[in-house]
Design a protein around this ligand. Sequence first.
Ligand code: NAD
Length: 475
Amino acid sequence: MAARLVILGGGPGGYVAAIRAAGLGAAVTLVERARLGGTCLNRGCIPSKIMKTAAEHLEAVRNAGSFGLVVEGEARLDPAALQERKERILESQRRGIAGLLKKNKVRLVQGEARIEEGRVLVVRSPEGEETLSWDRLIIATGSRPLQISAFPFDGRRILSSDDALSLKEIPRSLVIVGGGVIGCEFACIFSSFGTAVTVVEALARPLPLPSVDEDSSKILLREMKKRKIRFIARRVVARVEEADGGLAVQLGPSPFVPDAGKAPADSVLTAEKLLVCVGRVPNTKGLGLAALGVETDGKGWIRVNDRMESSAAGVYAIGDVLGPERVMLAHVASHEGIVAAQNALGGSEVMDYGAVPGAIFTTPEVAGVGLTEKQASEDGWEVRSDTFLFRNIGKSQVIGEIAGQVKIVSERGTGRVLGVHMIGPRVTDLITEGVLAVQTECSVSDIARSIHPHPTLSEVMQEAAYKALDRGIHG
Ligand code: NAD
C-alpha cells in the first residue's frame, strides 16, 4: 500500500511538497483552512508585486517626458481597479494550483486541522469533521504578522502588511514601523502612489539583515531620500494616539542598538495611518503539536534537523513555520518541501542553505546570494570584492535607471565566487547568475569568459568579473 502522507498548509511549501510526494507514489492529502497559495499568493509576494508593478507603471507614465513622449492629462492610481486586477490574478493562480493538485492526484481537504494522538488528525470545516490517518506528516502552516501589543492592528488606522495590500484608498501620509524587507518594499510602493512616507527602524540602516550588503543599504537609503521617503534609524515607536482625524506617533530610543544616535528634532510624528512590519509569528498555536511531542522554541517556531524532520519521528516541517533562524522565503519553503517530501518517502536529502537568493522589491531592487564581504571575512576567507556601477553600461542609460551596483565577493588568489550582492534595476532577476556561481563554486574567470549579451543589464556581472581579474574594461 502507498504511504499515506498528510501535508498541513497549501502555501508554496506545502503544495510543492504535495506534488513532489505524489510524484514519488505516495497517497497524498493536503489540508488547507483558507485559500490555496498561502501567504505568498494571497497576502505576500504576488499581491505586493502587483502593487509594485502598478507603482512602476505610474512612475513611467509620469516620467514619460524624459523618454520623448507626450502624455496628456494626469496619471493617477485607481485603487478599486488595482484591487480588481489583483483579485483576478490571484484567482487564476489559485485555480492553477488546484489544477496541479488534481492532475497529480493530491486530495485536497478544506478545513482546520488539529493533530490528535495516534497518528490521526481531525479536520473541521463548516461541512463537518473528517478524521485522517497518516504514516508521514509535513507541517507547512506558515506565519502571520507580528503585532505590537501597545498598539495592536485594527485594520483601520493601525495596519498589518495584510491590510496594506487591500486598501480601498491610498493614505496621504503613512508611518511604517520597521525598515526591514516588508517595510522598505511598502515605503517605495506607497511613495510612488503619492503617500508621504516615514520609516522608523530600530536598527542602524534600512534592510539591517546580515545577508544584505551594507553598501546596498547605503545606496537604498540615498535613493529613498531622493524619493522623499524619510528614514529614521535607531528609533522605535513608543506610543500611538488618535489625534485630529489621524495619529500622533511618539518615537523613543531603540533598545536594540547601544548608540541611540542623534534624536530627530520632532519626536512626535503625525500620520493618517501606521503600518507595522516588525516580523512574523508562527501559525502553530492550537495545532496540537504537543500530542506528537514536536519540539518548538520559546516562540513557537518548529525545530527540525537538516533533513527537515522534527523531534517526532515521521513528522517534518517546512517554510515560515521554522522561523527566522532558517530563511522565511517562498522559494526556500518550496525547496524545503521537496527535501521533506523525498525524505518522508525514504530519501536521505540534506537541505543546503548555502546559495539562497534574497530578492527585495524596493526601488531600486536589492538582491544577494552567498556571503557578504563582512561574513566572508568573519568566516576566515581571504576576501576581495569588486563592484561595478550600473550607470557605466549602455542598457542602464537606455532605460533611464542608472542607480546601483553589483558587487562580487571572491576568494583572493583562486577567484572562487563567495557571494554576489546587487542593488539596481531588475536585480531580482539578475541575481540568478550569482546563484549559479555560488552554487557551483565557479570562479570570477568563469564569469568573465562567459559572453554576456549586449545591450543588457546582465553585462554588470561580466564587468565586475573583469575587475576582479584586474582587467576592467568599462570602469
Ligand atoms: P524583517 O525582519 O525583515 O524586518 C523587521 C524590521 O523591524 C527589522 O529591521 C527590525 O530591526 C525592525 N524592528 C523590530 N521591532 C521594531 C520596533 N519596535 N520599532 C522599529 N523597528 C523595529 O521582517 P518583515 O519586514 O516584517 O518581514 C517578515 C518576513 O517576510 C521576513 O522574514 C522577510 O524575509 C519575509 N519577506 C520577504 C520578502 C522578500 O524577500 N522580497 C518580502 C516580504 C516579506
